[in-house]
Design a protein around this ligand. Structure first.
Ligand code: HAM
Length: 420
């Protein structure tokens, strides 16, 4: 049997209700905060990600779907949106039109990770990027939006973790200190962390190995070495979150897996989904625009994993979806009348009603069963005898009431079905 690629998932009609509901909440919340939607291609030139996210990150070094196209260009399926949004902003000079651009997106992403619950190879993110301002209110705004969306989905078991990575210079100074500290423990580090010692030393904080965690317990923390500007920025973010009544904790070990971060980083974690517990993550990236050959503009953003969020909703039973209904099912058993029924159905659909009829030559009983299965609010019965008398029978499926209506009075039928 042919199957979907490991780590990818079909989203079947039964599941679409949850996706639609989530998307509606997302779109509405972003509208409230004045973010404009952006859609970028599914694939980009590889260098956008390798330079944007950083060569030594797991995403770039291990997880990207990269291939040469027929003209020999290195192409990558997008593993995240931030670098592509910044590329689009620069390419279309959007920063000249608006000094501050606030974007949101909902899009598939691709990473060749080991699949498990909540971790896929094609997954979907919604997220936002605000480019053009260094205002700490915007860092707070990102966290508030993400938190509000998760709350509207009914999630309870979530916690917000924040940290500051400061400006580039203070981070480089700190990295030297960390290197000195870890040099004394180098032999006790796991092999993976030994590699990271040279390539991406901050990520040793993310190691799941007990031996690494034990060492890192005593490691110096970046937050204790921040310069005054970074501390002040972080202070303002915290105050804005307190004012907005967003509960948060400071996690000095939250370094995140992408190289572009400066100042604030954050994640929202769920205790309802097992090991893949980060529902969303983000932060400030003041150097990224310049790194991608654009003007030196500050930016901040976040992205959230939709499959992971829906898993949390399922485990918390927090997202109730109304059963799908149709307005009308047209029942007819006389083949001569089929043509009439088909045209009537088209007519009703043009009037914005959702209408179904039988396409399988089923018996009257089977058609009634189908109408029930589809949760049809009304059934229109076009029987032989009534039809000859130019009459149609409309049955209200919730109370069983039947009404006979003249076939000439379609407007009356429509207003009955609409409930006017
Ligand atoms: P990220 O932490 O790599 O950040 O991903 C954000 C979220 O996407 C994660 O918290 C998780 O919910 C979801 N996610 C990531 N990988 C997978 C996967 N393999 N399967 C399912 N869900 C996954 C970014 O992508 C940054 N671009 C966020 C950002 C925007 N920072 C600034 N602006």
């Amino acid at each position: 049997m042919m199957k979907a690629i490991t780590g990818t998932k079909d989203i079947l009609p039964d599941e679409i209700g949850k996706w639609r509901k989530l998307e509606k909440i997302v779109i509405n919340t972003f509208r409230n905060y004045n973010y404009k939607e952006i859609r970028t291609p599914v694939f980009e030139e590889t260098k956008i990600f390798s330079r944007g996210i950083g060569e030594s990150t797991d995403i770039v070094s291990k997880e990207m779907y990269t291939f040469l196209d027929r003209s020999g260009t290195s192409i990558t399926l997008k593993p995240e949106m931030t670098a592509t949004v910044v590329r689009a902003l620069i390419e279309h000079s959007l920063y000249k039109k608006n000094s501050l651009n606030k974007f949101f997106y909902i899009s598939p992403m691709f990473r060749q990770e080991r699949p498990q619950a909540g971790r896929l190879r094609q997954f979907h993110q919604f997220g936002a990027e605000a480019i053009g301002s260094n205002n700490p209110f915007l860092d707070a705004e990102m966290i508030i939006i993400a938190f509000r969306i998760l709350k509207q989905l009914g999630l309870k078991n979530i916690s917000v973790k924040i940290n500051s990575l400061g400006v580039h210079q203070s981070r480089e100074k700190y990295k030297k200190l960390l290197r000195e500290f870890l040099a004394d423990h180098f032999n006790d580090l796991s092999n993976e962390s030994k590699k990271r010692f040279d390539t991406n030393i901050l990520r040793i904080f993310d190691s799941k190995e007990e031996q690494d965690q034990k060492i890192m317990e005593n490691a110096p923390l970046l937050i204790e070495y921040l310069d005054d500007e970074s501390l002040e920025h972080f202070e303002k973010v915290k105050i804005s979150l307190l004012d907005a009544k967003i509960p948060f904790e400071i996690d000095p070990k939250l370094v995140r897996g992408l190289d572009y971060y400066t100042h604030t980083t954050f994640e929202i974690i769920s205790s309802s989904v097992g090991s893949q517990s980060a529902l969303c993550g983000g932060g400030r990236y003041n150097g990224l625009c310049k790194e991608l050959d654009g003007p030196d503009l500050p930016g901040v953003g976040f992205a959230a994993g939709i499959e992971r969020i829906l898993l949390a909703c399922e485990n918390e039973k927090s997202l109730n979806i109304d059963e799908e209904k149709i307005d009308l099912y047209i029942v007819t058993i006389n083949p001569v009348i089929y043509n009439y029924a088909f045209n009537l159905a088209i007519n009703f659909r043009e009037k914005n009603l959702s209408v179904e009829m039988d396409y399988l030559n089923r018996s009257l009983k089977a058609q009634m069963r189908e109408a029930n299965k589809l949760n049809s609010r009304y059934v229109l019965i076009i029987g032989g005898e009534e039809f000859q008398n130019n009459l149609l029978v409309l049955k209200n499926m919730s109370n069983g009431e039947q009404l006979t209506v003249s076939a000439n009075d379609i407007d009356k039928l429509i207003s009955l079905i609409r409930g006017n």
